[in-house]
Write a protein that binds this ligand. Sequence first.
Ligand SMILES: [Zn+2]
Length: 394
Amino acid sequence: MAIKVIDRFPGANARILAVRDDAKAPEIVFTPYPRGGTEALWFDFRVHDPSPPAAGAPESLKLSLAFFETLLGGSNPAAIRPVLRERGKAWSRLKPPEVKTEPDGLQTLSWSVPYPVEPHEFALCMPYTYDELATALEHCKGYWTSSDIGLTQGGKVLQRLSNDILKGCKACPNPHGLYILARQHAGETPGSWVLDGMLEAFSRAKPVNWCVWIVPFANLDDVLSGAYGKDPFPHDLNRAWGDPPMRHETLVMRHDIRRWAQRCKPELVLDLHAPGASENDGVYAYSQKNGTPESEKANQAWLNLFAQALAPDYAAETFARVADYPSRWPQPWLGDFVRDAIGTAAVSLETPYCAIRDTALLQKHYREIGQRLARAILTRWGRGWPATSGTSRP
Ligand SMILES: [Zn+2]
């Protein structure tokens, strides 16, 4: 018996505290690794045992998460349901954990997974990095064009997707403008899966005279390093949109959003996130703050549209919210920049990591959320939805 943990691949995150090669009760104890940031939550690692016992092997391996109360949103253990994928199989969502509370109050959350197994991967939610995006783009059959728009602070190339605005239309002035970002907080992979559904929905509908620009991995450095990227140092990406900007990524995206706004009628900037770990009451949205009566009306119209599109199964009962939680940095958010520089509505959408009420979330649910959002925008901007909107993807 020689259990191995693999935590060096794009997006991996785990601080392994103990690996117990106990033939009766093997266990891995881990906790999400802050990677120099103030908050921790995202985890993703692989487990492998190249030499399981030939006979009398245990039937399960315990994966135990320590220091739960130190994670962002670590308040309700029963709501934490990570995902597991055995090699060659689909992701599955685990049941709520077994909770062990020590006399001093420290809690450990444990999930039992099959043993011995082919190498398997264990994460808070389905990961989403370059491979998953490449699969999505392939599925969209060339609808999206990728352009390099600048560098991250770590020197990686930041990419933006765009559609062909005028396909089939020779005189389409002033296109509808939609700009989408995901992963300002790198560990928030539910936002990427929602985007995955939107990419597919728009590529199927092929709306004419729309200008859709998308940054799929806004905090690319942390996406690849596996850092959670919520309130990291030197600066949270979504608190770095001021003038002057406090991160190179926001400097780059500010230029790009201005370029976009010059090429269309900018109508909506949509920012895809995930909330605290334990939140499971549904998708909800934060609107821009301190807007003019006119901009607040425009924001409210989008919030109403999205609430209706996601009701009743995916929307939280209180869908439209105001972000009034304490922030470590006072600098402007994306919505503030969009309000002041472009004068456009901006909606930030929070999609849970694990479940919405009794529904354990898998890729198909996230994609459906994205498809419903896309369909709502298509309906509003006067583009019909094709009859063949179904998907057979897992
Ligand atoms: Zn976020």
